[in-house]
Design a protein around this ligand. Structure first.
Ligand SMILES: Cc1cc2nc3c(=O)[nH]c(=O)nc-3n(C[C@H](O)[C@H](O)[C@H](O)COP(=O)(O)OP(=O)(O)OC[C@H]3O[C@@H](n4cnc5c(N)ncnc54)[C@H](O)[C@@H]3O)c2cc1C
Length: 365
């Protein structure tokens, strides 16, 4: 039977990035239920980095990830993963307040018309956040998996954790093919399945709630869209960004409670997205080219969870990455690795209060 120091459940961006950080220091394996890593949330995102997103405890991780995403070390990737486009947060009311330190400025109607040609008259003001960028998600995820293997990590696909028990300092993990693996530390990086996996390990769930979000790729009767800013509204009812010359990615900003599953878009959410879009710009909608949905999984306080379980000290949580798991991955994985291996937090993470991410905050949940 194989034995590891660290066994990570889930090969999405959370498991892959944490695995890449620890594989060189501890015998590490990732088990992924699907035939390919990245089939669930990681492969379905809107692929942007938006510093203001998710509140201050997320923004600090996004900010600390920016340099790595823009200019990763040469042995990680020979190119950066960001392409800047900026974001405009539209409002019909007061300008939104962004977390401290996020660069932004107010934009009035005349400039707004230049930034978003064809914008409807009801939108008079916006806040421009120039740092918003697209992320090459597949490239980032692949680079983490490559680093994980290069540093000696073992990746098993089609390997679903069915149950796990802890005795005499070791976890025994039973997999779907009937085989078993031993590990000293078990990491839950199972995304939407986080609570199910905890229950299968005899660990108390912490209330990770998967919520479905819909994305639609529309062809529109307007060109030159690729480099326009991301457009959202401060009230959180839609966002869209140029994808191709005449196509956009659009979301109705839905957040529909769901069981963990292979999420699929519903007609009503696609229709809602298009209706909201038509109230923002006058670009004629020509076709729905494709649509998809994914699950964003949140802890009860919507802050991610990194740390050892207070009641099961060999069980590590790396979950609740909500709608920010890609843009925070570089800092979050280094922070989680330092908690997992009991290291000092490397700069700039040494300035972050890690107790806000601790699973211990749900002890009375
Ligand atoms: C529509 C949408 C838009 C988004 N946009 C953005 C964005 O613009 N920027 C951003 O940063 N983030 C965005 N996100 C959020 C981001 O995609 C997630 O936070 C991130 O992908 C979560 O990664 P993960 O590894 O935790 O989950 P996943 O990628 O879902 O990985 C979890 C893995 O665990 C595996 N697993 C589950 N149970 C078991 C088991 N028992 N045994 C073995 N393996 C198991 C699953 O098969 C899965 O592959 C978006 C998400 C969605 C859905």
């Amino acid at each position: 039977m194989q034995q590891f120091d660290v066994l990570i459940v889930g090969g999405g961006i959370a498991g892959a990035s944490l695995g890449a950080e620890v594989a060189g220091k501890a015998r590490t394996a990732i088990i992924e239920a699907e035939a390919h890593c990245g089939m669930h949330s990681t492969g379905r995102s809107a692929a942007f980095w938006l510093e203001s997103y998710g509140g201050p405890n997320v923004a600090v991780l996004s900010a600390a990830s920016r340099d790595f995403l823009a200019s990763p070390p040469a042995d990680f990737s020979d190119h950066g993963f960001l392409r800047e486009r900026g974001a405009v947060h539209l409002t019909q009311d007061l300008l939104p307040e962004l977390p401290e330190g996020v660069v932004s400025r107010a934009v009035e109607r005349e400039e707004l018309e230049r930034l978003v040609p064809g914008i409807r008259p009801k939108w008079q003001r916006a806040l421009l956040e120039p740092g918003c960028a697209d992320i090459d998600v597949a490239g980032l995820h692949d680079s983490y998996l490559r680093k994980f293997r290069r540093e000696g990590g073992t990746l098993a696909n089609d390997a679903r954790l069915e149950t796990a028990t802890f005795a005499e300092g070791l976890w025994t993990v039973r997999l779907s093919d009937g085989s078993a693996v031993h590990a000293a530390v078990l990491v839950n990086a199972a995304g939407a399945w986080a609570d199910q996996v905890a229950e299968a390990c005899g660990v108390r769930p912490i209330g990770i709630a998967p919520k479905r979000r819909t994305m639609v790729q529309l062809r529109v009767g307007r060109s030159g869209l690729r480099d326009l800013p991301l457009v959202d509204d401060a009230a959180g009812t839609f966002y869209f960004k140029g994808e191709g010359k005449c196509s956009i990615w659009l979301s109705p900003h839905d957040e529909i409670e769901s069981d963990p599953c292979d999420a699929a878009p519903e007609e009503i959410d696609i229709a809602t997205a298009i209706d909201r879009f038509e109230h923002v710009v006058d670009w004629p909608v020509e076709a729905v080219e494709r649509s998809w949905a994914g699950l964003r999984s949140f802890a009860p306080d919507r802050v991610p969870v990194y740390g050892f379980d207070p009641a099961s000290p060999s069980y590590f949580w790396c979950v609740g990455q909500g709608g920010f798991g890609i843009q925070t991955a570089p800092a979050a994985s280094r922070l989680a690795a330092s908690l997992l291996l009991h290291w000092e937090h490397p700069a700039p993470l040494d300035r972050i209060d890690t107790t806000v991410y601790s699973p211990g905050r749900f002890a009375n949940y």
